[in-house]
Write a protein of this length. Structure first.
Length: 694
């Protein structure tokens, strides 16, 4: 028998019926840990609500990870001390009751809200996210989503907050087995010493990987369980160290708790979207959370527990899981419903209050009843069966909702059947644009296109639309393979969306077309923050250098550049960046053409909500002209390049989303493949090339 197995059996349950998530030597209930949950969720919620001063509120997730590692280890230690063994089935049964019902309810509710309020396009996109969230693989899904930022112009997923829940569940899947293996090993060390040694190795390797991978690929690192494992492992180490922590002098323990809280607060106010995260900086809030929990083992009277044990803080701690689940979907859906990237802080706080109300109801009517249901607690298999059943039901419901919303409607390429491949002259384009303001209803044969907007976007095949972590692409040669003249298409997704039209043009005029496109990385050599996560996008900087080398090797007769306008930069920065690019390629490229950006649009999602009022999705000509258009034109003129103004091909008195029998846009601010092909004659004329397929 080990020292853990020969102890007097500790209380495993609190008076509430919940598991005691502390080591056997500790208090069964830690008010400071419950209060720390409240701090963690408050940081995340206030960040998402846009409250000033909380730019680093994302560290709340890391605090949650430390708490989870501490609590789960405490549960396992108490079980082993009480029964002499650990039951993986019992562990999974408890996790199923605790996690799955509430998560499934929020997932299903979010899908229905997306369909009802945001339309078919947003609904079907949310279904895809819901499927991954339901099986707790949302972190890998959103890492892939983030590294394929074709979707960067779209609003964030209302289920993106489920990524951290997925990381925790992946930890829960692996950790009990690791705990049992380590605890069962016969070594010269005690059982606790073996566990601590094993977890120390895991923590060190994970932290090193976090530092390395964040520098190379911040988006993937942000969502990876491998970069976060050390945070959970550190919480576990604090639980294992409880016998030694209990011997700390009370004054030193009190200082540790306040220093820990101070580190979390410091990270919250000092970190921001430019912080390379998680990386090494994540150590600040993680070590802070660990110090707070460690010092609290002594329960010093002057420690931070004196604040965290207050009734309102404890109540928020109990609701932290529910509030974390509800707040983000409500904030995202509310903003997108109003056609805005985000609401005002005041409006957001109103929706946070709504989320808090939903959290109270879910906690009382679902979480607690299921968690403490006697019929489920009798055998682990019942809880596991219910968890699997609820997951299956959630998957089934969102899939049925997806099918009934129009999955059977075949998407077209942004135009009516037969429209793809038809091209218009400049005059016919201008005529259709001039009459587009009179269109009132979405043609029936376009319903498929607006239901699946991503399928109506032109994407170069064969890995030639580089995802976020990629800084190089294969040869990516199209057009006429035997062509003696080379045209290069360079830019982000706003260059890639012209691929089909330019491929047709190049083939007809016997040009070789080389595509150098990378999602969300502008053509101009400007430093770009990582998409959706803190830190700088290193791969984009590397891509800029790679492209210049390729252009120098290719010596193209024509370079076509296009890029999405970005408010991350001033119009002067935009002009200077593009002019610097054009100056650098002047010796390599025979001629350079800058395709102006398309007018800002709400995309197909708006049409899916206004099928009988198309003009509700129109925008004004005034809003179509931005300072970036003028900046690009000046940069082209100063560098001796040609500038093509695309606004007249989309706007007359207004900018309508339906032009002729085409849905002009796919996802927001991206031209549909059908309309881009219709424009290829006009585009060829602007490039002084043959029009291609007529």
């Amino acid at each position: 028998m080990t020292e853990l197995e020969t102890r007097a059996a500790p209380d495993r349950l609190l008076p509430s019926g919940d598991e005691a998530g502390t080591a056997p030597e500790d208090r069964a209930f830690r008010p400071d840990v419950e209060g720390l949950r409240a701090v963690a969720v408050l940081l995340v919620v206030l960040l998402h609500a846009g409250v000033p001063g909380f730019t680093g509120g994302y560290v709340g997730v890391d605090v949650f990870f430390v708490i989870s590692g501490f609590v789960i280890t405490g549960v396992l230690l108490r079980e082993r001390a009480s029964t002499g063994r650990n039951s993986i089935l019992a562990f999974y049964g408890r996790r199923c009751r605790r996690i799955i019902p509430a998560a499934a309810l929020v997932i299903v509710a979010t899908v229905f809200l997306a369909y009802a309020l945001l339309g078919i396009g947003a609904g079907t996109s949310t279904v895809s996210d819901a499927r991954w969230a339901s099986i707790f693989l949302a972190n890998f899904h959103f890492a892939s989503f983030g590294t394929n930022y074709l979707n960067a112009q779209q609003p964030p997923s209302p289920l993106q907050n489920f990524w951290s829940l997925a990381v925790e569940e992946q930890f829960y899947l692996v950790y009990p087995a690791l705990f049992i293996v380590l605890a069962s090993m016969r070594t010269r060390l005690t059982t606790r010493g073996t566990l601590m040694l094993g977890l120390t190795v895991v923590a060190a390797a994970s932290f090193a990987y976090s530092v390395i991978d964040t520098s190379a690929n911040p988006t993937a690192a942000y969502f990876s369980p491998l970069t976060r494992a050390w945070e959970l492992a550190l919480g576990a180490l604090v639980a294992l160290a409880t016998p030694w922590l209990r011997r700390l002098p009370r004054r030193a323990a009190a200082v540790a708790t306040w220093a820990g809280l101070g580190a979390i607060v410091l990270a919250t106010v000092a970190f921001g979207p430019d912080t390379l995260y998680p990386g090494a900086w994540v150590a600040v809030p993680v070590l802070g959370a660990a110090a707070l929990i460690a010092g609290g083992a002594v329960a010093p009277a002057l420690g931070v527990e004196s604040v965290l044990r207050l009734a309102p803080v404890q109540a928020l701690g109990r609701l932290s899981y529910s509030l974390y689940l509800w707040h983000w979907p409500l904030l995202v859906v509310a903003a997108e419903y109003q056609g805005r990237a985000s609401l005002s802080v005041g409006d957001n706080l109103v929706w946070v209050a709504v989320a808090l109300g939903a959290s109270v109801l879910m906690y009382r009517l679902l979480e607690q009843p299921v968690r403490h249901a006697r019929v489920l607690r009798r055998t682990p298999w019942r809880s596991i069966a219910v968890g699997l059943g609820v997951t299956a039901v959630a998957l089934g419901v969102v899939t049925v909702r997806y099918d009934s919303a129009g999955a059977s409607v075949a998407p077209t390429a942004g135009g009516s059947p037969g429209a793809l491949g038809r091209a218009g002259s400049v005059q016919s384009v201008l005529h259709l644009v001039a009459s587009s303001g009179r269109i009132r209803t979405v043609p029936a044969d376009l319903l498929g296109a607006i239901a699946r907007p991503q399928q109506t976007l032109s994407i170069p095949p064969g890995g030639c639309f580089a995802p976020a972590p990629v800084s190089q692409t294969p040869e990516c040669a199209f057009g006429d393979a035997a062509g003696t003249k080379t045209m290069v298409l360079y830019g982000d997704s706003h260059a890639a969306m012209w691929f089909r039209a330019l491929d047709n043009i190049a083939s007809a005029d016997h040009w070789r077309l080389v595509v150098l496109t990378k999602a969300s990385c502008p053509a101009a050599p400007l430093s770009v923050p990582a998409r959706g996560v803190p830190g700088r996008w290193v791969a984009c900087d590397q891509w800029h250098r790679h492209v210049l080398e390729r252009i120098d090797e290719l010596r193209p007769a024509l370079l076509v550049v296009s890029q999405a306008h970005s408010r991350l930069y001033s119009s002067k920065q935009w002009k200077d960046g593009l002019e610097r690019l054009l100056d650098e390629v002047r010796r390599s490229a025979g001629a350079s053409v800058v395709l102006g950006d398309v007018p800002p649009s709400r995309g197909a999602d708006c049409l899916s909500r206004h099928v009988d009022d198309v003009q509700a999705c129109s925008t004004s000509v005034r809003s179509a002209r931005t300072p970036y258009d003028a900046a690009e034109q000046l940069a082209a003129e100063d560098a001796g390049a040609r500038y093509v103004d695309l606004i007249p091909w989309f706007c007359a008195t207004t900018c309508s989303p339906i032009i002729g029998d085409f849905s002009a846009y796919s996802i927001p601010n991206h031209v549909s493949v059908g309309y881009s092909v219709f424009l290829q004659n006009a585009l060829a004329t602007a490039l002084s090339l043959s029009p291609g397929q007529r």
